[in-house]
Design a protein around this ligand. Structure first.
Ligand SMILES: [Zn+2]
Ligand SMILES: [Zn+2]
Length: 202
């Protein structure tokens, strides 16, 4: 079925990276597409991007796959706001598109929640687990078929961009001996400690 949105190459890459298909992944996928489409309508598609995500849930994996923004490259910024909101910026201009899930745009069905709770408590039968993942696929497909404007409120935002990742020297912690980024060391008296050792009040 070529028209199944779960089967597009891009979405399959996201699902492979994430490890399963779920509505959260679909939401991140659509948010990344919304940002990419709008930014690319303005300028070159090979420009460096910065993604700011306000959740650490499933959708972030789709954002990483589609935008190439990752923690390791320093162009994925996590703000712990607990919102299904994703902003994609152009690094050079600081101009970005924020997509935040509209209230009521997506809600799991009560049956899904019930099955999820049973799986969480390890009381679900194999059949119920299968039913849960079938529902997840249906819901994911539903998200992918929605118009972007129905799913998200979309707004242009401008922000100063985080510094590019830099290479910083390490120092040795006086307690555990582990090399630690210099800026993360704590100086206590004459000694230098990593964060964990400093917390243990050496
Ligand atoms: Zn997921
Ligand atoms: Zn240490």
């Amino acid at each position: 079925m070529a028209s199944d949105p779960l089967q597009t190459e891009d979405f399959r890459r996201c699902a492979e990276f994430h490890g399963h298909i779920c509505p959260g992944l679909s939401i991140g996928y659509m948010a990344a597409r919304a940002g990419l489409e709008r930014l690319h309508s303005l300028r070159a598609s090979d420009e460096e991007l910065v993604a700011e995500v306000e959740t650490d849930a499933c959708g972030v994996d789709a954002v990483q796959v589609l935008t190439g923004c990752t923690f390791g490259k320093g162009n994925l910024v996590y703000r712990d706001c607990g919102k299904q909101a994703f902003t994609l910026f152009s690094r050079s201009t600081g101009q970005g598109v924020r997509a935040s899930l509209r209230a009521g745009a997506f809600a799991p069905e009560s049956r899904q929640q019930e099955l999820f709770d049973r799986m969480h408590d390890n009381t679900a039968t194999a059949e119920e687990v299968r039913e849960f993942w079938d529902l997840q696929r249906d819901k994911s497909r539903e998200v992918l078929e929605k118009p972007l404007e129905d799913l998200f409120s979309l707004e242009w935002v401008t922000r100063s961009m985080p510094e590019k990742a830099e290479i910083e020297g390490s120092e040795i912690c006086d307690k555990c001996g582990e090399p630690t980024m210099a800026s993360r060391m704590r100086h206590i008296g004459e000694a230098k400690y990593c964060l964990d050792c400093a917390d243990r009040k050496t």
